[in-house]
Ligand binder design. Sequence first.
Ligand SMILES: [Zn+2]
Length: 687
Amino acid sequence: MKRLEILAPAGGTESVYPAVRVGADAVYLGAKKLSARGSAQNFDREELKKAVEYCHACGVRVYLACNTLLRDAEMKDALDIIEYACEIPVDALIVQDLGLASIIRRSAPDMRLHASTQMSVHTRDGVRLLAEMGFKRVVLSRELSRKELEEIAKDSPIELEVFVHGALCMSVSGQCYFSSVLGSRSGNRGLCAQPCRLPFGVSGGTGHDLSLKDNSLVPYLRDLQEMGIASAKIEGRMKRPEYVAVSVAACRQSLDKGSVDKELAEKLRAVFSRSGFTDGYFTGRRGADMFGIRSRDDTACATSKVFNSIHTMYKNEKSKIPVDIKLNICRSQPSSITVSDDIGNSAVVLGAVPERAEKTALDREKCFAGMNKTGGTPFFLRDFDLNLDDGLFVSLPSLNSLRREALDLLFEKRKKRRAITFSNISLPETGTRTAKTNTKTRARFVNGNIPDEFLCCELVYVPINLKDDEYISLMDRGFALAVEIPRGMFGLEKYIYERLKKIKLLGINEVLASNLGAVKIAQTLDMDIHGGFGLNITNTSSVKWAEEQGFLDAEISFELTLEQISELGGVLPLGIISYGRLPLMLTRLCPAQNDGKGCKSCKTAPFLTDRKNVKFPMLCYGSCNEILNSVPVILSDRKKDIKGVDFEVLRFTVENLVETGENLRLFNQKLCRKSGFTRGLYYRGVE
Ligand SMILES: [Zn+2]
């Protein structure tokens, strides 16, 4: 059985030492740019290099988080950071952007790639596609249950990383546009403003039905190790060093001893919690008690007394790296010490020629005692080999300084690693898309009630759960259909395979895939793929990736402005959502259930209300939920601004049949309603 790695967050230099000293096997951190925690302190080049050297010398791996979505104009800077990461070198890069990932594969094929949880991968197929794309590890979605994790782990071709402690987002990571749409601060670009922690409520709910307690799977670390998970990740690059120390300590203890002392568990909660912790996703007990906010009690717990007691945990280096010491003290020769570690480093230091002993001669016991004093260094003495002539004398201070110098030298040598090869590659050409005078129209529906007037659409997206005769009747009426594979496929993989096989037999061979797992399913079944917005395509390299995967076309992320979209390159036909309530979140928990009545109320158009009484409708798909914007995007009167786009999608969600028809008519007449709509991010964009 492989040892479970404990992976600690380091938002800044001051968190690296606690993580390493308390017992993390690896740390992850972000550069000043490209980090999904834009507001953490993060690391400049010098700090990054120092952190990597220190961690490596202490036997700890370092992963650099480059997990934001990028635009073409930012790729060059991103590559500079990657090049530097290869030079120092970090042990892996954590990546979200599909385009950046394929660029790294080509420019630094030996660099390990980890798929960020922002890639929203939560199925075996998603993991398989990542493996094919050259990833060595995936950070799985946080919403998975123990059973689902086991299912993924049993034959995973690459390493799996699971979040075991820290904050939970309400949305599946990578599928949250809440902060973007509400305030132009994109969570996918590391700038989430956390509006979900504000009071958004369903009727009869908790009053904060988008705010989850912090996750804690600390008691289950041995279970995770047993099922073959490679890494236990602690969330919290925005949190303080004391949090890092105590959460690493708790994980270490849980894994080594099988449980966590009461006192340490109390400290863990005191240092940060939101009304306690939850393990609801892991245990599958999903419900209202998973919700919580940071209460006055929570903040009151975090006293300076607690923090001071945590400081003592990481004041000094912990001796955990074995070294072998060979000491030579022979007549008429300079004394010499050789220290060696397990990974091929050794250091030799010469001392003075030993004197003849006046009284008591040096013996093995004294030599051993002198060499064994490794306290305050990351080393401990494993093997001791002594070559000592009789009747000689070396003072204790001289022995000590030999040892100290040798260990310092070894520490310095351990800092150095061979750089990873990086070659500059040319980025794809941008701005090559020709302006279309007429875009094609598509529509997306959540049921099979599609009025005839939509026959003007070149393609209609329909859900996967229609009855067979509904598909047949729609095709008989003349609709060209593609089936939408749900973005959230938790526990649905087998069902989706079965449905699609059946649907294929009916004569539909096209799907809308918005998740890597869905892409892989379609490829396995040899179906034609339309890429959905959930793949977060925001640059030309990502467009190229979709071309390489054999897509027919793809929706561009609605986090780009129309201008940014017009500047993309590639030849793949691209589309935008030009009508519809933007999906702000994809959630596994149904907030409407917080009224205690299950999903009963979901049949009658549930909604969330904010402090200003603005209503956000929700679509409950049973396995997952979509939280929609309060008003739809409308671009029908802005055709002149839409350039380089091949098709426009009218994305229907909660509209009734009358509204649906009206919106199509407005769209076709290039008109817009007077109020109650938004331009989305197509003009204002996101930071
Ligand atoms: Zn529901």
